[in-house]
Design a protein around this ligand. Sequence first.
Ligand SMILES: Cc1ncc(COP(=O)(O)O)c(C=O)c1O
Length: 464
Amino acid sequence: MIMKTFDNEFTRREFIRKNSLIGAGAALSLGTANKLFAVNTGDASLPAILGGTKAVKSHDWPGWPIWKPEVDEELLIKSVRSGIWSRDKLVTEFERKWAELIGTKRCLAVVNGTNALNAALSQFEIGWGDEVLVTPYTFIASVSCIVFTGAIPVFVDVDPETFQMDPEKIEAKITPNTKAIIPVHILGLPCDMDRIMQIAKKHDLLVVEDACQAWLAEINHKKVGSFGNAGCFSFQNSKNIPMGEGGAIVSDDDEFMDRCFSHHNYGNPYGTAAGEIGSGTVRIGTKLRLAEYQAAIGLAQMERFIGQTETRNKRAEYLKSKIGKVPGIVPYRLYENVTKAAFYLFPFLYKTEDFGNLPRSKFIAAMNAEGVPCYSGYTELNKMPFIKNAFESRFYKKFYSKDQLDYERYMAKNQCPNNERLCNEMAVWIPQNVLLGSTNDMDNIANAIEKIYQNVEKVGEKLK
Ligand SMILES: Cc1ncc(COP(=O)(O)O)c(C=O)c1O
């Protein structure tokens, strides 16, 4: 199955492959951009797409994931050789350390972020008849978890400057059926949690944070994932702390966490989730357990992941200060009280009108030719067919009236014009591993943009 994490041209697998290509020292560029390379004239002021020198020369972006056999393999090998591969001490240790890092009472490791969200929603008993507010600017799992429970996703448009759910647009979407909000700290930039929590409190709504891209991001020094009733994380291969696959639910709510534990272990009793019977299977459960060797991979990276987060923040701030000076380039804006971001991606807005109406796709091709990896990002999630198909399913028809499943009406209510512009015209992403490069690398990225800006007419001609 193709996972459209990124735009039409990119599958997640391609993203990972391309990142590893960078690690191998090969230039990351679109196939089309490669074909468009002119003869290199050695002119450093000319865009590479016009034959100038690449802004990023003989480059070696840090590959991803980073694995250091000399330090990382000891625990992994020990775990594999022990023959204890199913959930045991290492998973528990990872959970303890993750809860400590995020600042929550509890953490439960699960198979991936998708199922962390599914489990959290189901254990808060969100389901048929409920509406859940979510951003359309996200990965599918932030929304499919709502449909998975039988509830109805309601889209809150984004603030394009921050790329996050616009808190000013939340209250207008609340109805008597609204049960929860899923703030997604998309791209690793925190949502405005102070405002979102105020609204949730006022309307008595649950908050499940999708922090699957925002490990260690903070608002007033408090980690995202620890604001709501629960927070969910992903440790998938491209993520800033990768395990191949993996996820976590964090919360201070003991009873909820006991239910989650029981749910992830076939519904077997756990803590307060033992129920009245106290033995045998007590809940509707499934199996979402992380393996020991996955936890060993996660534990091996924990220390350096903290340092990498600091580096990404420094590089992002520097790059932002540089590229923000180019007309038509508007880097992300962080909410005022954000003390740290995670930077799964470095996003900026591209204003085609300031670039002589050069379409975003051509700007990206020119950037790729410079040796700068960047993408156009998400497509419009609120318009994807999965919601219509859910509405047409036997399950939804059983629980909802014809009126409630009137898709045309639903779509009319769920228009998100800001998201539309972000997805189709303006957003550009640079992947996180680039932010592990040097300050000089950031200068080179800024130089690439500047060159394209200065020669935009010729670039447009070349890419016609
Ligand atoms: C915002 C967001 N939510 C949820 C997920 C799902 O995580 P996973 O891929 O671990 O299932 C992802 C991962 O890509 C994500 O980016």
